[in-house]
Write a protein that binds this ligand. Structure first.
Ligand SMILES: Nc1ncnc2c1ncn2[C@@H]1O[C@H](COP(=O)(O)OP(=O)(O)OP(=O)(O)O)[C@@H](O)[C@H]1O
Length: 557
């Protein structure tokens, strides 16, 4: 066949058709390495088919280089029609052209396929985001809105896409995002829809390519959802955020809720409560739940450190600042707490001259090391704690009033254990679990009588005392449950207290103590006949007397 001006267009079209056919039946396409003819890819399965059925084979040319072989199998002569086959077989000189056409089509197909796939993936991701998102182009025309944004705003997709975003969220600075590249956070906006008004929080930032602003992306949260999140942190932080702080009583929960609410701010917190109520643990929990959690929590007990040393502990010192100063100097607690939290425990014991220096750090967020000339800037959150009456100390001029106000911005009161009796058994069991592992004991809980004793005890030392008590009992106990016998300190206090406070009648008080002692003895020696005999011996009464008393007090035999 001869190439003429007339038929050249026809041939070109034919070549394109052939290329497209090759690609539309991809299982007929194989690509081999040129050198060793090993298969790079083929969409058909058995090699022998390839070799038996080969009837067209081209060099694979890309950028003027032969990169392989293109083999097309025209199985049973079905793929190509007569004319096409004739072109392929007769015109060796246009095989390269076909090869190039196929390759170009192939590359296009791959690129278009990938782009489509990526686009689909982005669309799916965008669509399934749980947060509402709206995008707009350079002119502020909305290009996309996902379902979460539709739900939050109440706007319908079809009515939003193509409109100017500034007209949708009226009265906002969204235009500034496009004009000046400003990002804005959580602005409360009203959306007026046919279904009524919806309040949403909108944050928006520019989409940039280099310095050029190409559009914007806005995230939308329904105000009620934002509130739910806050409520969640206020009401439900117990399970996942506070594993080491135990307490379910209202008094405890309300202190915790307050702590968690203020965790994310940088305001100074003052935790007040009796000794052992968990003030330090609370301070740690506030730090762990704050933005500062990745930096240090530095604790210093102002009462435990001699006042002469306190200053250098807090502010650090330079080499040679005083006799005995370390060679290279030492950073103080304030420096170590940079970007984190400093916990000033027992702040009521802070010497008055140091109080002035602390006040300066709080006001200026900077200080000098002892003997230092360089001012050190710090970004710290101060949590202080005391079990003293600071107001009285202020009255007595032992505590600076200005410092008191500075550190007492958010006061949190931790209730003593006697005011949250619901927490006693919860904490006791928590400590039993801890010491069970530590002491490798198989103790599973408390006997009924031990429970009663704990519930009625005053706990002057609060949680710390309870923990010590459980540790002692766990060491002593040989059975599976902690018995009253192994709570000796508590035993005495409860018995005496009950005798005095509850039973003014002497006979009744004596009976109560008698009954308690018998129950305790039975718990220790058991209720078998032999156990009762031992119990009677220990109580210094005969077996008959013990039985009489069991009947009298209606004690389980
Ligand atoms: N709610 C709690 N859950 C679990 N353990 C607690 C709780 N409260 C306190 N504790 C434990 O009690 C002990 C005392 O706690 P912490 O040192 O925080 O008390 P504090 O009020 O700072 O005491 P102090 O005033 O004597 O310094 C610690 O062993 C702590 O683990």
């Amino acid at each position: 066949m001869l190439f003429t001006n007339k038929n050249i267009v026809k041939y070109c079209q034919l070549i394109l058709d052939i290329g497209q056919k090759v690609l539309s039946e991809p299982y007929r396409l194989a690509i081999y390495e040129e050198e060793d003819k090993s298969l790079i890819s083929a969409n058909f399965i058995e090699e022998n088919i390839i070799f038996n059925e080969i009837n067209i084979s081209f060099d694979l040319i890309l950028n003027d280089k032969v990169i392989g072989k293109l083999i097309i199998i025209d199985e049973n002569l079905k793929t190509f029609n007569e004319v096409e086959r004739q072109i392929i077989n007769d015109f060796n000189n246009i095989k390269e052209l076909i090869s190039e056409t196929v390759i170009n089509l192939l590359i296009d197909q791959i690129l278009i396929g990938q782009a489509k796939e990526n686009l689909n993936r982005y669309k799916e991701t965008f669509e399934s985001l749980p947060k509402g998102v709206i995008t707009a182009d350079q002119q502020g025309i909305v290009t996309m809105i996902n379902t979460a944004a539709e739900i939050a705003t109440g706007f319908e997709r079809s009515k939003i896409v193509g409109k100017r975003i500034m007209n949708i969220f009226k009265g906002t600075d969204l235009i500034e995002v496009l004009n000046k590249g400003i990002t804005f956070f959580r602005k409360e906006i009203s959306c007026n829809t046919k279904k009524g008004q919806r309040r949403v929080l909108v944050s928006a930032s520019p989409i940039k390519e280099g310095l050029e602003i190409k559009g914007m992306v806005a995230t939308i949260t329904a105000l009620e959802d934002a509130r739910k999140v806050l409520d969640y942190f206020a009401d439900e932080p117990f399970n996942n955020k506070r594993p080491e702080l135990i307490g379910e009583s209202l008094a405890f929960k309300s202190a915790w809720n307050k702590a968690i609410k203020v965790a994310c701010s940088s305001s100074s917190v003052m935790i007040r409560g009796e000794s052992g109520t968990g003030k330090e643990l609370f301070a740690q929990a506030i730090h762990k739940n704050s933005m500062r959690k990745d930096y240090n929590f530095v604790s210093i007990n102002c009462a435990a450190i001699p006042s002469e040393l306190l200053e250098s502990e807090l502010f650090g010192y330079e080499a040679g600042a005083f006799t005995g100063a370390k060679k290279g100097g030492k950073p103080g607690k304030f420096e170590l707490a940079h970007k984190g939290t400093i916990f000033l425990d027992e702040i009521g014991d802070m010497p008055i001259d140091l109080q002035a220096k602390i006040l300066k750090v709080i006001q200026e967020r900077s200080f000098f090391r002892i003997g230092g000339t360089e001012e050190i800037n710090v970004d710290i959150r101060i949590i202080s704690a005391t079990n003293q009456n600071l107001e009285n100390l202020v009255q007595e001029n032992k505590f600076r009033e200005d410092l008191f106000f500075r550190i007492n911005v958010i006061p949190i009161f931790l209730p003593p254990l006697r005011e949250r009796k619901e927490d006693i058994l919860l904490l006791a069991n928590y400590f039993i679990d801890i010491y069970k592992d530590k002491l490798k004991k198989n103790i599973t809980g408390l006997s009924d009588q031990a429970k009663n004793l704990l519930k009625n005890y005053d706990f002057p030392g609060n949680v710390r005392e309870l923990e010590n008590m459980i540790e002692y009992a766990m060491n002593m106990e040989t059975g599976e449950k902690i018995t009253a016998n192994n709570l000796p300190f508590i035993n005495n206090q409860v018995r005496i207290k009950r005798g005095i406070t509850e039973e003014f009648n002497l006979d009744k008080a004596v009976s109560r103590v008698e009954k308690d002692l018998i129950e305790e003895a039975l718990e220790i020696f058991g209720r078998s006949t032999a156990g009762k005999l031992d119990a009677a011996k220990k109580l210094g009464v005969s077996k008959t007397t013990l039985y009489k008393k069991l009947n009298k007090y209606n004690i389980k035999k």
